[in-house]
Write a protein that binds this ligand. Structure first.
Ligand code: 5U1
Length: 672
């Protein structure tokens, strides 16, 4: 092929720049400068030129937004900087308390907050290297997410290349992918016309689109994006305030909420909340509250984080939506740990964006406290993704002789005795994994995305595997072959092969996921990760007694007892042995630190800017050595690491006689 004429190359570049500018005008500003026909003409011209010069096609060309061949699965990517979640405030009092905390910590009278709507979508991180979109990932558990780059490239509102002359070496932009209400309505209309299932709400439709393995399908779903923050950055301008950062993101051509505003103090925040609440129904997208962030970035750094949420920000949520319905029946569900949960079966009612037919009644005491009876008319509440619940009974509407609910004395699934311990509100089936309901839930948990991540092992399949006695324990999953699955309902040979492949793939995992997958009572994802970090391998964990377990951060006597009891049970040890024999393996987790390390189990507070380490790098390195980083200085703090312009935390450290380190001192400790 002959080398492209310079004029073709130039025309291609100029078309790309024009098309991306028009994308920005259309998708971010909602202010197109040209007609659709003119846009299509530019696009077709670019396609024709690129077809003649395939060597000039680059990933940041707008023609590459149409998706590419399907993937076998998503890779997991670790975020350079954790993706945090937000603490919530549900009323004015909580917002007032938030402002008080901020003023006290920053020792000031009044604070400016950057306020913006809280989008009801999916958080993603977009990584730009030298100004070009290189990777994009979902939030996942905040530490790592799924690589959905191919799908994010199809989102027209996401720039493939940052506008501006001197792009940073690295820029991780954080924001939310949403589906605009109008696009959602259109999508559902098309689904109806095709006789296909409609989506429940824009959020679910956006989530479905983003998790498509075939990005060509994603490209047909109209997704939008709004940027609201940064992750890692190298070579980016220095900003003094969050609002300046958002202005910069807008200059780079990211859509940023038009409704953003800097407000002052509680009055400003509440006024903003009311104003957005008033506009909410007319906004083009769903929101579930507003977010306030301390606008001054030095103040944000000073305030730091607590657990996985920044101390400097809060989401002020709109009240959950409520509606009335009638209880048709009260059923009892058996959970993974045998807990019996009464569930109200309701006349279908539309609330919080979805049709609700079930609501949790939590437990027997809750039913008594609210005096809920079968056939009562009740108020049902649904907020965000949480399970709908019955708020209260409309007493005037109670029919005569509405039956009172009685917790069954025998498990509704296996018939075994039900036990309720004196100090617990929960009644439990006593059969353990001999109860098919518990077995099914345990298997679903084992296979879940955050545990062994076995795609395709869902409710319907697990139900059949257990009911037909094909699988009794999680270890039996690794014995399954295509022949065993192919005969089951809704299991064509191809799906059976996919499930078998997904099971095989899950053999290689991490210790943290494995521990979480075992389903030990009181051991969630975070505790599992702490245990993996503290013990480094499975064997020492199996050997640990309650006392040793309590040495792990955040493991108290109750959790330690659950773990010790779990591993003392011969059946559980057998299953663990069978899983290992079936080839389940994990890289050894680097141990947090040996017990003699000076950093292990110690609490650190960082204040002020360190000369060579970012806050996140310092935190990561301290944690890798088994230390913990917290946001405020107290008697429990062991070290305060001080950088330039330290705030009140330094004074407090001196007052309490806590060891103060500079960066050099920290580096010395890290070297040990
Ligand atoms: N608008 C907005 N949503 N949102 C979500 N801002 C924002 N900031 C977030 C999150 C999780 O986190 C930062 C405060 C770290």
């Amino acid at each position: 092929m002959s080398a492209p004429a310079a004029s073709d190359r130039q025309r291609i570049e100029s078309l790309r720049a024009d098309i991306e500018r028009h994308n920005y005008q259309y998708y971010a500003l909602d202010a197109p400068l040209i007609s659709d026909a003119e846009y299509d003409r530019l696009f077709r011209e670019l396609q024709t030129l690129e077809a003649g010069h395939p060597e000039l096609v680059s990933p940041d060309s707008p023609t590459q937004r149409i998706g590419s061949a399907p993937l076998a699965g998503f890779e997991t990517v670790k975020h350079r900087v954790s993706m945090l979640s937000l603490n919530n405030a549900f009323d004015e009092e909580e917002v007032t308390a938030f402002d008080r905390r901020m003023r006290e910590a920053l020792v000031t009278e009044r604070i400016d907050y950057a306020a913006e709507p809280k989008f009801d979508g999916l958080a993603v991180s977009l990584c730009y290297e030298h100004g070009v979109l290189a990777h994009g990932a979902t939030r996942g558990d905040g530490e790592s997410g799924e690589d959905v780059t191919a799908n994010l490239r199809t989102v027209r509102a996401i720039p493939l290349r940052l506008a501006g002359r001197n792009p940073p070496v690295l820029l991780e932009v954080r924001g939310e992918v949403v589906m605009l209400r109008a696009d959602f309505e259109q999508l559902n209309q098309a689904q109806r016309a095709k006789g296909e299932k409609e989506f429940v709400n824009p959020r679910n439709a956006a989530a479905g689109a983003l998790r498509q393995l075939d990005s060509r399908i994603t490209s047909t779903r109209k997704l939008a994006f709004f940027a609201y923050g940064l992750g890692a950055a190298e070579g980016a301008p220095a900003f003094g305030t969050h609002s300046a950062l958002l202005d910069y993101l807008a200059e780079c051509r990211f859509p940023v909420a038009k409704e953003r505003k800097v407000v002052t103090g509680v009055d400003g925040m509440l006024e903003y909340y009311r104003a957005i609440g008033g506009k909410r129904a007319g906004l083009p997208y769903d929101i579930d509250g507003v977010v306030y962030k301390v606008n001054d970035l030095a103040g944000q750094r000073e305030l730091g984080f607590v657990s996985r949420a920044p101390r400097y920000a809060v989401a002020h949520k709109f009240p959950a939506e409520e509606a009335m319905s009638e209880i048709i029946a009260i059923d009892v569900q058996v959970g993974r740990t045998g807990a019996l949960t009464p569930v109200a079966r309701l006349k279908p009612v539309f609330v919080g964006g979805v049709t609700v037919t079930n609501a949790t009644l939590h437990n027997e005491d809750e039913i008594r406290r609210k005096d809920i009876r079968i056939h009562d008319t009740v108020v049902v509440r649904r907020a965000g993704d949480v399970i709908p619940e019955v708020v209260r009974v409309i007493n005037d509407k109670r029919p005569a002789q509405a039956p009172v609910f009685e917790m069954p004395a025998a498990c509704p699934v296996c018939g075994s005795a039900v036990q309720r311990l004196e100090d617990e509100s929960v009644a439990r089936c006593t059969a353990g994994l001999y109860c098919p309901a518990q077995r099914k839930q345990a298997l679903l948990h084992f296979a879940s995305r955050r545990a062994m991540d076995i795609e395709g092992l869902g409710d319907k399949l697990v139900e059949q595997l257990v009911d037909n006695n094909i699988v009794k324990t999680s270890a039996d999953l690794y014995e399954l072959d295509v022949a065993a699955l192919a005969g089951l309902e809704r299991m064509a040979e191809k799906s059976a092969a996919n499930v078998v492949a997904a099971i095989a793939k899950s053999r290689r995992t991490t210790l943290a996921r494995f521990i979480f997958a075992l389903g030990i009572r009181n051991v969630g994802e975070r505790t599992a990760a702490d245990l993996a970090r503290a013990f480094g391998d499975l064997e020492p964990l199996l050997q640990a007694d309650e006392q040793m377990l309590q040495q792990v951060p955040d493991v108290g006597p109750v959790v330690a007892q659950s773990i010790a009891q779990f591993f003392a049970e011969p059946h559980n040890r057998d299953v663990v042995g069978q899983l290992l024999a079936a080839g389940v393996s994990f890289e050894r987790t680097p141990r947090a630190a040996n017990v003699s390390s000076r950093m292990s189990g110690r609490t650190f507070v960082l204040t002020g800017a360190l000369p060579n380490l970012s806050r996140d790098e310092a935190k990561e390195r301290i944690e890798a050595k088994g230390g913990r980083v917290t946001g405020s200085v107290s008697k429990k703090t062991d070290f305060v690491v001080v950088g330039a312009d330290p705030g009140s935390k330094y004074d407090k450290a001196v007052e309490l006689g806590i060891t103060v380190l500079d960066e050099e001192g920290l580096q010395e400790l890290l070297k040990e």
